[in-house]
Design a protein around this ligand. Structure first.
Ligand code: EPU
Length: 416
């Protein structure tokens, strides 16, 4: 199994380019199922989850072509309306084919995602919403069997804010008969990106980015071309790494407006941040100050940045409280950081982190995607060598991370 080996203690310096957002690209690829015409998606990041999604769509009959980061999908005929267990178990985002398949083909069979490393993560709200739109759904032998001759519009009030739930229902509603209103919808920028692509395909959507989204169904959608938005979590991860190591980095092809809550916290920690248009520059020349973090749906502080801020707080001045409110088991990096000598106490869904002078390099194990990012940051600031095991978690969400970190001066390499 591949490992990452990091020699810590080098401040990051230099310029890199940010990739397209994983969590925007995944639903955008699924949107191809909504039309028989070609959908071209640009700025697609090269990641394991994207490869898995493309093979799932291919299995369903989608023709896929293109090169590098540009993918052309053409779902003229859908031959197989199934997302098998083997694929859903490695990538929960496979649930995003449910809405489009049901809306276009009137049928879908999707393996029920199980719990995962960070929490239970049920999909009951996706199912409830589609039922409100007229789908008949039964769970049999671990699969969601869904049938609907024609979905109809409905008013759906989410009792919990769900990102992929909002995306699934928004996609389904584009081809439903009548108007669908999604209330307490997720406001994440990835929802706006998906809505923009759907609108380019002929969908009628209003309010994406607010908590009420109105979708007026149309009889069919057509082909379009769309460019994936920048990855705000990759951006934030590099900014935390530069803050923690005390360096100066310039990130291109990104957007500071996607990261208000994260940039506020980095400024509070002592970083100097400039941004304009599509770049962000961060300079850190003091020891970081501890910053409290409480995760919540967008525009509040993202759960996908919680683990990275944990590593930063490990070597900051003072004590910070990090509270995770979205997922019930997303503090697993704590045990690994403690192996690097971090001073962290967990109480329920909160971690109390007391900054120490330095972390010690150690052998650690990645438990999920963002936990692995926190271990990379910890490795970059630790004294000595850190060896990170199970880095396939990292490859699910960070394109060429060791290449980008090397370009910023980090001493990092991958073993076979
Ligand atoms: N939830 C339910 N029922 C549902 C759906 C969600 O109870 O039917 C609960 C979840 O268990 C969780 C909360 O609602 O407690 C929010 O979950 P949400 O549905 O918003 O998460 P998601 O859509 O499965 C996406 C991202 C995650 C990110 C979360 C929160 C994608 C593909 N994934 O997941 O990204 O953490 O939103 O922002 O967009 C990551 O990139 O590392 C990652 C995990």
């Amino acid at each position: 199994m591949q490992k990452l080996i990091i020699q810590g203690g080098v401040p990051l310096h230099g310029e890199i380019s940010i990739s397209g957002a994983k969590n925007a690209a995944l639903p955008l690829l699924c949107a191809a199922l909504l039309t028989g015409e070609s959908l071209k998606i640009n700025n697609v990041p090269a990641l394991h989850d994207i490869t898995t999604m493309l093979s799932l769509l291919k299995q369903m009959g989608t023709d896929i072509s293109g090169s590098n980061n540009e993918v052309v999908l053409s779902a003229a005929t859908l031959s197989q309306l199934i997302a098998p267990y083997e694929m859903v178990k490695t990538m929960r985002a496979a649930i995003l084919v449910l809405g489009p398949l049901l809306a276009r083909a009137g049928e879908a069979e999707i393996s029920l995602p199980g719990g995962c490393a960070i929490g239970m993560r049920p999909v009951d709200l996706h199912i409830k919403g589609l039922q409100a739109m007229g789908a008949e759904i039964h769970i049999r032998h671990g699969y969601i069997h869904a049938v609907a001759k024609k979905l109809h519009g409905a008013r759906i009030v989410f009792d919990i804010v769900t990102v992929t739930g909002t995306e699934n229902l928004m996609m389904a509603a584009t081809l439903a008969e009548g108007t669908t209103i999604l209330e307490n919808a997720a406001r994440e920028p990835e929802i706006i990106d998906l809505a923009n692509c759907l609108k380019a395909m002929g969908a009628k959507i209003q309010g994406a980015g607010t908590d009420i989204i109105t979708i007026e169904g149309v009889p069919s959608l057509h082909g379009a071309e769309h460019t994936v938005m920048p990855d705000r979590i990759e951006t934030g991860t590099f900014l935390v790494a530069a803050t923690a190591t005390g360096g100066e980095i310039h990130l291109k092809n990104t957007d500071a407006h996607l990261l208000d809550a994260v940039l506020d916290k980095l400024t509070e920690a002592g970083a100097r941040i400039d941004s304009n248009g599509n770049w962000i520059n961060l300079k850190m020349n003091t020891k970081p100050k501890s910053v409290n973090v409480r995760t919540a749906p967008y525009p509040a502080f993202p759960t996908d940045m919680q683990a990275q801020f944990m590593s930063l707080n490990c070597i900051a001045d003072g004590t910070a409280i990090i509270t995770e409110t979205i997922f019930e088991n997303r503090l697993m990096h704590v045990q690994e950081l403690k192996r690097m000598n971090a001073s962290i106490e967990v109480e329920g869904n909160a971690a109390i982190v007391t900054g120490i002078a330095h972390l010690d390099g150690a052998n650690v194990m990645a438990t999920d995607l963002r936990a692995s990012a926190s271990l990379v940051i910890a490795g970059l600031i630790a004294q000595g060598e850190t060896v990170i095991d199970r880095i396939y978690h990292l490859d699910r969400g960070y394109e060429n991370i060791e290449g980008k970190l090397s370009a910023l001066g980090a001493q990092i390499r991958r073993t076979q």
